[in-house]
Design a protein. Structure first.
Length: 136
């Protein structure tokens, strides 16, 4: 499949979304906490370097995004700029880069939202304490 450069760029930004989503979910979200904790433990305790590195990749969104990207390139055949092996290599690194920008933005937004929730909770507690003091 040969896409125009415009469509290749659109595909780049769209394909990076599921890559980022999968990498973030597996390496950060509660649903995968137990397997991730197991991998964290093994990445520190295994005697074999290769085993430690294999377990580590499930704990790092940047590392894991490379493997997810490779999977997506295999199933889609997406390439960027060139219609041969060079296009696959460029697509690989471009997808990883864009996916990691998405994950960084998501992490930044999430921290901001968490901070706002904490500040709101603090104000709520202060307001309750103030109302209790007025009632006394």
């Amino acid at each position: 499949m040969s896409l125009t450069l415009q469509y290749q760029i659109i595909y780049l930004f769209i394909m990076a979304l599921p890559i980022a989503c999968i990498a973030w979910t597996i390496t950060h979200e509660e649903v995968f906490r137990e397997p991730r904790e197991f991998c964290e433990k093994k990445s520190k305790e295994c005697k074999n370097l290769l085993q430690r590195k294999c377990f580590y990749l499930f704990t790092c969104e940047y590392c894991f995004s490379h493997y997810i990207t490779l999977f997506f390139l295999i199933i889609t055949g997406y390439h960027l700029l060139y219609n041969n092996w060079r296009g696959y290599i460029i697509a690989f690194f471009a997808l990883v880069w864009i996916a990691n920008i998405y994950m960084s933005l998501f992490g930044f937004i999430r921290v901001g939202m968490k901070k706002e929730r904490i500040e709101a909770k603090i104000k709520e507690v202060e307001l309750q304490e103030c109302e209790e003091d007025k009632g006394k």
